[in-house]
Design a protein. Structure first.
Length: 168
């Protein structure tokens, strides 16, 4: 368990958290769709789809007072979006989402700082993240968090913008 503040902690998601993790992701996807900027397909976020990643240990949750406020998928490999980079030089973040009631950047920032610290603990040089290339607002968020543009990559029907943060 990783304590971040007195009332907030980040921990690995357990099988009992699958519905909450899925709920946070679906809630974020619904909100984005309502804003006219859809991000994930609903079928990608169902408990059935999330379970395997949770059981593999890829999902982590941010809790405030025992309630899940946000989630992130943390991986040491990403052969789908980053197959052309050397193995063991980076960690990868996907599916970063926060409950609307906790929106505002605090939880997202905490999860990204936690991911950078965790990547450092594995002696990784970079933390990497990606998004659809045509999402200027999300790209600006990544840049505000210290990520630098790396490259674009075509992944199936998606052109993704890839970002990295050098870890010291």
């Amino acid at each position: 368990m990783s304590m971040v503040s007195n009332s907030t902690q980040i921990r690995q998601a357990t099988p009992q958290d699958v519905d909450c993790v899925s709920g946070v992701l679906v809630g974020a996807a619904d909100w984005l769709r309502e804003q006219g900027i859809p991000m994930w397909r609903a079928d990608e976020l169902s408990p059935d789809r999330v379970t395997a990643d949770v059981l593999r240990g890829d999902f982590f949750v941010a809790e405030i007072g025992g309630e899940i406020a946000g989630t992130v998928k943390f991986q040491l490999q990403d052969k789908l979006f980053w197959p052309d980079v050397p193995a063991d030089e980076a960690a990868f973040v996907h599916r970063l989402a926060v409950r609307r009631s906790n929106a505002g950047g605090h939880i997202s920032g905490m999860l990204l700082r936690w991911a950078a610290d965790r990547a450092r603990s594995y002696q990784r040089q970079f933390l990497r993240i990606d998004c659809e290339a045509g999402r200027p607002r999300l790209r600006a968020v990544y840049e505000r968090f210290g990520f630098r543009y790396h490259s674009d990559r075509q992944v199936g029907p998606y052109l993704v913008a890839r970002y990295e943060q050098e870890l010291q």
